[in-house]
Design a protein around this ligand. Structure first.
Ligand SMILES: Cc1cc2nc3c(=O)[nH]c(=O)nc-3n(C[C@H](O)[C@H](O)[C@H](O)COP(=O)(O)O)c2cc1C
Length: 371
C-alpha cells in the first residue's frame, strides 16, 4: 500500500508547514484539577501523543465560567490560567507537533453543578432533547460578552505559546446552539433566518481573527470545527451546513474541521442525494478555498489513506491515538501491520492515560474498541 501521502508535508494557507497529514483530534479527558489548572498526568498524556502527528488539537477549554462543560476540564477563561495553558502547549511543541487550543462554551449542555448559580445558558430557553435542564436565554449584551470572551481566550492562547486555536462549533455546544433552529428561537439579529443564525459563529471568527491580528503574526492558526447535521426536528440539515461552510470558507480561516462519527458517512437531510458522502458535499462546496480536516473511525493506515483519497488534505485521529500513540511512527517505519486497534485493558500506564480518563473509558461500554 502506498502511504507516501500520509506522511507528506502540507502547507496551510498561512504558510505554516505541517510535517504530515495526521492530526490528533480534540478529546476531553476529565483529568484537570477542579480549579481548572492542568495536571501533570494530563501533560504527560499529551507529550506521549505529540511526537508523530503534525498537529495536536487539545481538549476543549471553556472561555467563560458558565461555559464549563465537563468535570476535569481545563479552563481558559482567566489570565491566571495562562501558566497552566502553557504547560500543555509546551508539552506538545517539545515533541515536534503544532499545538492548537480548542476554545469552547458548553451552553445548554453544561452540567448545572459546574456553572455559577447552577444557571445554564443558551441561545434560547429550549432544553436539549432528553434533558430537563432548561437554559436561560442569553441577553444580547451577554452574547456580545461571550464573543469577547472567545477573543480573550485566544489572546491567552497566544500568550501561552500555542500555534493556534480551534473554535469549537460542533457537537451540540453553544456555538452550534446558535446555528441550530432547534436551540435558537431568538428574534433578534442572532436568530430567525438561517443568515441570522450564522451571525454568532461568524462574529466569533471575526473576533478571534482580530485578536490574532493584534497579538500574533500570520503564522497563528485559526480553525473552525462544525457538525454537519442534527437529528432533531427542527435541526441543522446538510443544506444548512453547506450555507455555513460556504460563508466560513471566505473568512480567511486556516482550516475547517468537520466532526463526524464516521468519516465516510452519507448526508441525511436537506439534500437530494442521500447516497453521497458528507465529505463529498463539503469538499464540493469548499472548492479548495480552505483545507478541510476529516475525522471518524479512522484506525488503520489504509483507512487514513482512503480518507485522504477522497480529497481531504488532512485527517484527524481520536480514539485510535489513545489506543496506539505510536501510530504515525509505525507508518513511518513501514510497520502498519503492527498498529494496535483495540485498547488493551492492562496498558493504562504504558499508554500514559490519566486515571479519571481511564475510568470514563472503562465505564462507557462500546465507546472504545477493547481487546
Ligand atoms: C474521549 C473523547 C473526548 C472527546 N472530546 C471532544 C472535544 O473536547 N472536542 C471535540 O470537538 N470533539 C471531541 N470528541 C470527538 C473527537 O474529536 C472525534 O471527532 C470523534 O472521537 C471521532 O473520531 P475517532 O473515531 O477517531 O475517535 C471526543 C471524542 C472522544 C472519544
Amino acid at each position: 500500500m502506498n502511504t507516501n501521502n500520509l506522511l507528506s508535508p502540507f502547507t496551510l494557507p498561512n504558510g505554516v508547514e505541517l510535517k504530515n497529514r495526521i492530526i490528533m483530534a480534540p478529546m476531553t479527558n476529565w483529568s484537570s484539577n477542579p480549579d481548572g489548572t492542568v495536571t501533570e498526568d494530563e501533560v504527560k498524556y499529551y507529550a506521549r501523543r505529540s511526537s508523530g502527528v503534525s498537529m495536536v488539537i487539545t481538549a476543549c477549554t471553556n472561555v467563560t465560567a458558565n461555559g464549563k462543560g465537563f468535570h476535569g476540564e481545563f479552563a481558559g477563561d482567566r489570565d491566571e490560567m495562562i501558566p497552566s495553558l502553557r504547560k500543555i502547549a509546551n508539552a506538545i511543541k517539545e515533541q515536534g507537533a503544532k499545538a492548537v487550543l480548542q476554545i469552547f462554551h458548553g451552553g445548554r449542555l453544561c452540567p448545572p453543578e459546574l456553572v455559577p448559580n447552577n444557571e445554564i445558558v443558551s441561545a434560547s430557553n429550549i432544553p436539549a432533547e432528553g434533558s430537563s435542564n432548561i437554559p436561560r436565554a442569553l441577553t444580547e449584551s451577554e452574547v456580545e460578552e461571550i464573543i469577547e470572551a472567545f477573543g480573550e481566550t485566544t489572546r491567552r492562547a497566544i500568550e501561552a505559546g500555542y500555534d493556534g486555536v480551534e473554535i469549537h462549533g460542533a457537537n451540540g455546544y453553544l456555538v452550534q446552539q446558535f446555528f441550530s433552529p432547534h436551540s435558537n428561537r431568538r428574534e433578534d439579529r442572532f436568530g430567525g433566518s438561517l443568515e441570522n443564525r450564522m451571525t454568532f459563529p461568524l462574529a466569533l471568527v471575526d473576533k478571534v481573527k482580530s485578536v490574532v491580528n493584534q497579538y500574533a503574526d500570520s503564522s497563528f492558526i485559526v480553525g473552525y470545527r462544525f457538525s454537519p447535521e442534527e437529528k432533531e426536528t427542527p435541526g441543522i440539515t446538510m443544506a444548512d451546513t453547506l450555507k455555513l461552510v460556504d460563508a466560513l470558507a471566505d473568512k480567511g480561516l486556516t482550516y475547517l474541521h468537520v466532526s463526524l462519527h464516521h468519516f465516510f458517512s452519507t448526508a441525511k437531510r436537506g439534500i437530494n442525494d442521500t447516497s453521497k458522502k458528507r465529505i463529498e458535499y463539503l469538499l464540493e462546496t469548499i472548492n479548495d478555498r480552505v483545507p478541510l480536516i476529516g475525522v471518524g473511525k479512522i484506525q488503520t493506515a489504509e483507512d487514513a489513506q482512503k480518507a485522504l483519497d477522497t480529497g481531504v488534505p488532512l485527517v484527524a485521529l481520536g480514539r485510535e491515538l489513545i489506543i496506539d500513540p505510536d501510530w504515525v511512527q509505525k507508518v513511518a517505519e513501514g510497520k502498519e501491520n503492527e498498529i494496535i486497534t483495540k485498547l488493551n485493558k492492562d496498558m493504562q500506564e504504558q499508554l500514559v492515560i490519566p486515571d479519571p480518563f481511564w475510568k470514563v473509558i472503562m465505564n462507557t461500554p462500546g465507546w472504545f474498541p477493547i481487546a
